[in-house]
Design a binder for this molecule. Sequence first.
Ligand code: NAD
Length: 237
Amino acid sequence: MADNQKKLVVLTGAGISAESGISTFRDSGGLWEKHRVEDVASPSGFARDPRLVWRFYKARYLQSLEVEPNPGHYALVQIEEQLGGRFTLVTQNVDGLHYRAGSQRVFEMHGRLRTAFCTACNTKKDMSELDLELDIPICPNCRAAMRPDIVWFGEIPYYMYEIESALKDCSVLMVIGTSGAVYPAAGFVMTAKYMGARTICVNLDRPDNMIFVDEFHKGKAGEILPNLVEPLLNSLA
Ligand code: NAD
């Protein structure tokens, strides 16, 4: 691909899935489905009470199978269909709704609910292949405890090299439904802006990193994004 072609990076957070019926995290007072993040989203929480952590993620996984992508997810599929390799989608979400909507190239930087991996031998398995009746699912390979394939607080997000490269090379970064409070994702808008990109934000309220946003669209992603597809594609032509 010629290097002078305009490229788009999209970063999504919990807000894009809110209209599908999945609760966001900050909107419920810093709790995730009524749990403190230290308890359900940290390695020490898992070490302390793996049964609670597994109960939590099994419930999130089963919920993710029941909900459907919304017009916000589908608008991003439409954009990718037009831009092909000029489009990169990075998500902090673990619900898999971008894949279910049909997005092809998605970097799930915080992991995914639909897989788990072994705490001893690292074998990765689809949740559908595990016995979820067990309090703590076990590895079919070595019988050790499995853990959810989620990047917890204090762990290194996936695909950081690919994401940093895309951010440095994009002409537009669009950030959707994220509070701008969870790092390193919250720093992406600053990186892209300093590298010369135009930065767009679609959110219900002003994110914490608003000073790096050039263009702010206040409201629901599922209502705003379908109307942004055409002007965005025109600006990237
Ligand atoms: P967040 O909950 O911190 O922030 C969500 C943001 O979305 C808020 O600023 C809110 O105003 C906005 N918002 C709510 N509804 C919206 C809508 N309909 N349209 C547009 N914006 C809307 O989410 P975050 O910044 O993604 O950080 C939370 C962390 O917790 C993430 O790292 C993620 O891994 C995890 N999480 C994931 C899910 C999921 O996979 N769906 C859900 C909850 C939490």
